[in-house]
Design a protein around this ligand. Structure first.
Ligand code: SF4
Length: 203
């Protein structure tokens, strides 16, 4: 992912946040550069609703302790299902459509709420497709008339994990949608089977 050098001095930035652990490092980096950072939680991909609420509340608990306000846009899993559901079995296209939906909504919110720029915490995770996020972010922002700030936060991932562990934050073990939950379960099963196989082989 190519990072554009965007000067954030004097700008109000909308930051799309996917969860508490991913908020920690990008927020600290951006708040040092921008005049103001408005934090927006919009994640209709997360299922079930209890998991959505748990991730949101984890973020809000931490943000409140730091004096940061969180703007929650309406949770609309039916919209996600309509726009992303048909691509459920093609992970690359599915995730791209999922980024598109979330970034578009946040870009529109940014334009309507006095932000000149927007970005997302999604790129802190090495499990996400940073190039697709950058492309969808550029497209969403330009449609809404704001600027997308390309920032690759992956080098901060281990620090984000360390901090979230030390803070006792809830850390989910799947990305968000039902398919990602199934895929993560299958992966854990495979790893368990492989490690059981190695133990038997060692005898
Ligand atoms: S795996 Fe994550 S990014 Fe991809 S579609 Fe599911 S929730 Fe969205």
């Amino acid at each position: 992912m190519d990072e554009a050098t965007t000067d954030l001095a004097g700008k109000r930035l909308a930051l799309h946040v996917c969860c508490g652990p991913c908020f920690l490092e990008p927020y600290d980096a951006l708040v040092a550069d921008a005049a103001e950072v408005a934090v927006v939680y919009f994640n209709p991909n997360i299922q079930p609703v209890e998991e959505y609420q748990h991730r949101r509340d984890t973020l809000i608990d931490y943000a409140q302790r730091c004096g940061v306000d969180i703007v929650e846009l309406p949770y609309d899993p039916a919209l996600w299902l309509e726009q992303v559901g048909p691509l459920a079995r093609s992970p690359r296209e599915r995730c791209r459509a999922c980024y598109r939906l979330r970034l578009r909504e946040v870009a529109h919110w940014a334009a309507e709420n006095g932000c000149e720029a927007m970005t997302t915490t999604l790129t802190v995770s090495p499990y996400q497709d940073a190039d697709a996020i950058a492309e969808e972010g550029d497209r969403a922002a330009s449609e809404a008339g704001v600027e997308f700030v390309r920032r690759d936060f992956r080098e901060r991932y281990s620090e984000a994990m360390r901090r979230s562990r030390d803070l006792g934050m809830y850390r989910q073990n799947y990305c968000g949608c039902v398919m990602s939950d199934l895929e993560a379960r299958e992966q854990r099963e495979r790893r368990r089977a492989e490690s059981a196989g190695r133990s038997v082989a060692r005898g």
